[in-house]
Ligand binder design. Structure first.
Ligand code: NDP
Length: 480
């Protein structure tokens, strides 16, 4: 027997076909509370779309630590043999919910680990670097990649205007215009924590780290022509690929590595190690294997488990802390603030966001609260309530030394810091001839869609600064 339909408080309802009316042809009655509830709730089905990373998909899985990195961190999830349940959300950045998965864009790679010490989140991307290095520019940057005020169109001219006025974008834009700017799917791309974090071991020694998830499926990419075709045929191409792979038992995996920099080396490293537009070259800091990250379960409810999944870099467990990376500092505010706005103050109580370890917090009440602590309602207290203790929290990890004046300034430059060097290395030393040719054609194709003077002249200059022959080739394509 099928179950009787009820309204939202369990009362059986008479019909899903006919509203209550005054006679067969008469007006609908306000007392049809089920009709009112059904339509009123429908009007409220959407939570606000994420301003960035709106379109995405995700899955569940686990991290298994196969190596021993305990000399670098005491965090429980990274101890040898530990297996930690996880949820991941992949996304694109600029496109709205519903936009084609295969538009050229960085991809989000946001991971939540349900550790025994609370949730640990890494809000990564499929790229190790970013367009800017100071969060004060983040809203401007995103506005330039989204829609104009007047015609509501995306506009390559304003994109290139911003990029060329902010040359620190060159490394990320080179990466974006290269093959990896359009992955073949979410399984065949790497993930990066991108920011630098602080790790602390059981003896109190500190290290700076960067995370790298290297795909075990091998890197795949789409040419611009392939991506354009797929965008027309299947806007949800990546979501479908991930879902069907997991359904058929083809569980994607990544090998997790870290780069580790001894704490003292940061001050005089040749690049500013906290600048998000730079990588740490592998030759200086080789990848150290940590374990295996596997996705083996699809969500059973997209909205509940993926749309409402709330990742935040503030979720750092004992043994892990932030660094002076200014973009990370900005995101420490922006992510939890976005969730409080988007899904409400009690977003951490939703099943996908709730930790699997105990919550003993004095936070209480607020909209939609359903697990509310009892007395005592304050700390300190004489009645056996939880008490905060630095010995558990490992607070010392965020105590990196800073003694300075309060000023507004760019980062202090390190010996080899500049805006174009690492982008040039990517073009000349990492890409082969065929990749370089595709990079040039992608740049030319993109800029030919609406970029005009005075921005265009700066585009040529920008690419000549990355690589002289690449810049000349771009200029030639415009008859310059
Ligand atoms: P390495 O030669 O040791 O490594 C090159 C890196 O570039 C590898 O991680 C490789 O990934 C990646 N790569 C290959 N093709 C592309 C592409 N088309 N777009 C983006 N990345 C690509 O070099 P270094 O560490 O000395 O760094 C040299 C340059 O490589 C950097 O300036 C940076 O642009 C780029 N890079 C560096 C990374 C780092 O963390 N050091 C990470 C990613 C890129 P894979 O092994 O998967 O092929």
């Amino acid at each position: 027997m099928t179950k009787p339909t009820t309204n939202n408080v369990g009362i059986p309802v008479a019909s899903d076909n006919d509203s209550l009316t005054l006679g067969a042809n008469g007006p609908i009655l306000l007392q049809d509370h089920y009709l009112i509830e059904k339509n009123a709730h429908f009007n409220r089905e959407r939570v606000p779309e994420r301003v960035v990373h709106a379109k995405g998909g995700g899955a569940f899985g686990f991290l298994e630590v196969t190596e021993d990195v305990s000399q670098f961190t005491k965090a429980a999830l990274f101890q040898p043999g530990t297996r930690t349940e996880s949820v991941i959300r992949f996304s694109s950045v600029a496109g709205e919910n519903g936009s084609p998965d295969t538009w050229r864009d960085p991809r989000g790679f946001a991971v939540k680990f349900y550790t025994t010490q609370g949730n640990y989140d890494l809000v990564g991307n499929n790229t190790p670097v970013f367009f800017i290095r100071d969060p004060i520019k983040f809203p401007d940057f995103i506005h330039s990649q989204k829609r104009r005020a007047d015609n509501h169109l995306r506009d390559h001219n304003i994109q290139w205007d911003f990029w060329t006025l902010r040359p620190e974008s060159a490394h990320q834009v080179t990466w974006l215009m290269g093959d990896r700017g359009i992955p073949s799917n979410w399984r065949e791309m790497d993930g990066f924590g991108s920011h630098t974090y602080l790790w602390e071991n059981a003896g109190g020694e500190k290290f700076w780290v960067k995370y790298h998830f290297k795909t075990d499926q091998g890197i795949g990419y789409l040419t611009q022509a392939e991506a354009d075709r797929i965008a027309g045929e299947d806007a949800d191409y990546y979501i479908r690929d991930l879902w069907t792979a997991i359904e058929r038992g083809d569980h994607p995996s990544w090998t997790l590595y870290v780069q580790v920099m001894p704490y003292e080396e940061a001050a005089d490293y040749r690049f500013n190690p906290f600048d998000l537009t730079k990588v740490w070259p592998h030759g200086d800091y080789p990848l150290i294997k940590v374990g295996r990250y596997v996705l083996d379960r699809n969500p059973s409810n997209y909205f509940a488990e993926i749309e409402q999944a709330a990742f935040a870099p503030t979720n750092m467990v004992p043994g892990i802390g932030p660094s002076p990376d200014k973009m990370l500092q900005g995101r420490l505010f922006a992510y939890p603030d976005a969730h409080r706005y988007r899904i409400g103050a009690n977003f951490a109580q939703l099943p996908v966001n709730a930790p699997k370890s105990p919550v003993n917090s004095y936070s209480r009440d607020g909209a939609m609260r359903y697990q509310n602590p009892g007395d005592p309602v304050y700390a300190p207290n004489s009645f056996g309530g939880p008490h905060a203790d630095a010995a558990y929290a490992g607070e010392t990890v965020s105590s990196y030394g800073v003694v300075d004046e309060v000023i507004r300034s760019a980062y202090r430059l390190h010996a080899e810091d500049d805006d174009f060097g690492q982008a040039g290395t990517l073009v000349r030393k990492v890409m082969d001839d065929a990749q370089r040719e595709r990079l040039a054609q992608n740049i030319i194709g993109h800029a030919k869609k609406g970029v005009s003077e005075p921005v265009l002249e700066r585009v040529f200059e920008y690419w000549r600064n990355v690589d002289k022959s690449l810049g000349d080739k771009v200029a030639e394509a415009f008859g310059k």
